[in-house]
Ligand binder design. Structure first.
Ligand SMILES: Nc1ncnc2c1ncn2[C@@H]1O[C@H](COP(=O)(O)OP(=O)(O)OP(=O)(O)O)[C@@H](O)[C@H]1O
Length: 240
C-alpha cells in the first residue's frame, strides 16, 4: 500500500523475539479490505495476528488501529474481535450466553442486546439455536456461532486465525461465502491467517506473505498469485 493511503492497521517497525525466533513487521493493512496473512508453517503468521490482537507485545515499534496507538492496550480494549480455529466456545453455556459474552463479559444485557444476540444467530444461519449447547452442534455450526459472537461485538476489525481449518472442504466453502456476505454487509476490516491458497483466491483483496518472521510480499491478491518466479512464494504457490 502506498504512503498516505488510509490504512486501518499499521505496524511500524515492530520487533519481537520469541525463543530463537525473531520477528520484524512493518506494514499497513487497508481499511475495509480482507487481507490474508499467508506463508509456510512456522513463518510467523499467528505471531503477526497476535501482535495486532494484543496477545503478544512488541519489544520495539508501534501498532496503530484506526489512527489510535494500541501498543499498550490490553486485548479487550482494542477495537478488534477474534475468531480462532477452535472457536473457543464455553461448552457448559448455551449459545445465547456464549454469544452474549461477546457483548458483556458480566452478562449485563439490555433488551436491545438480547435482540442483537438473536439477530446475530439469525445472520449466521442459527436462528432459534439460543438454548443449544456447543456440544450438540456440528463443527460448522460451532464456527458459525463463533462468528455470531464476533458480530455482536461490532468492532471495526475482525481477526481470524485459520477459522475454517478444522472444517471439511464443502463446509469451508460455505463458511467462506458467509464471511464474504458478512463483509459485504458490514465493510469490516478483516485480517485473516490462512495457509490455504484457495481461501486466499476466494477471499483476499490483499496478501501479506510471511517468511522467517518478516513480510516478504505485501500487495494485491492477483499480484501475489502472479509471483511465480520469486523463490519462496513460487514454491508456496506450487505446493498449495
Ligand atoms: N512463545 C514462543 N516461544 C518460542 N517460540 C515461539 C513462541 N511462539 C512462537 N514461536 C515460534 O515462532 C515461530 C512462528 O510461530 P507462529 O505460530 O507465528 O507461526 P505460523 O506461521 O502461524 O505457523 P503455523 O502455520 O504452523 O500455525 C515458530 O517457529 C514458533 O515455534
Amino acid at each position: 500500500m502506498k504512503d498516505g493511503q488510509k490504512a486501518d492497521i499499521l505496524l511500524r517497525e515492530v520487533r519481537l523475539a520469541l525463543g530463537e525466533q525473531r520477528f520484524h513487521f512493518d506494514c499497513s493493512i487497508g481499511e475495509g479490505l480482507i487481507t490474508a496473512i499467508t506463508g509456510r508453517s512456522g513463518s510467523g503468521k499467528s505471531t503477526l495476528l497476535n501482535l495486532v490482537a494484543g496477545f503478544e507485545a512488541p519489544q520495539q515499534g508501534r501498532i496503530v488501529i484506526g489512527g489510535q496507538d494500541v501498543t499498550e492496550l490490553h486485548p479487550s480494549e482494542r477495537p478488534v474481535s477474534l475468531v480462532f480455529q477452535d472457536n473457543n466456545l464455553f461448552t457448559h453455556l448455551d449459545l445465547f450466553t456464549n454469544i452474549a459474552l461477546g457483548i458483556s463479559p458480566s452478562l449485563r444485557l439490555a433488551k436491545e442486546d438480547r435482540r442483537n444476540v438473536s439477530a446475530a444467530l439469525e445472520r449466521v444461519g442459527l436462528g432459534g439455536f439460543e438454548t443449544r449447547k456447543p456440544g450438540t452442534l456440528s463443527g460448522g455450526e460451532r464456527q458459525r456461532a463463533a462468528f455470531a459472537r464476533a458480530l455482536v461485538r461490532r468492532r471495526p476489525v475482525l481477526l481470524l486465525d485459520e477459522p475454517f481449518a478444522a472444517l471439511d472442504p464443502a463446509l469451508r466453502s460455505t463458511m467462506a461465502d458467509l464471511l464474504l456476505e458478512l463483509h459485504r454487509d458490514d465493510g469490516t476490516t478483516i485480517l485473516m491467517v490462512t495457509h490455504d491458497l484457495e481461501e486466499v483466491r476466494r477471499l483476499a483483496d490483499e496478501v501479506l506473505f510471511v517468511e522467517e518472521g518478516r513480510i516478504s510480499f505485501a500487495g494485491k491478491r492477483d499480484d501475489f498469485l502472479a509471483q511465480e518466479t520469486s523463490g519462496a512464494i513460487s514454491e508456496f504457490l506450487r505446493r498449495s
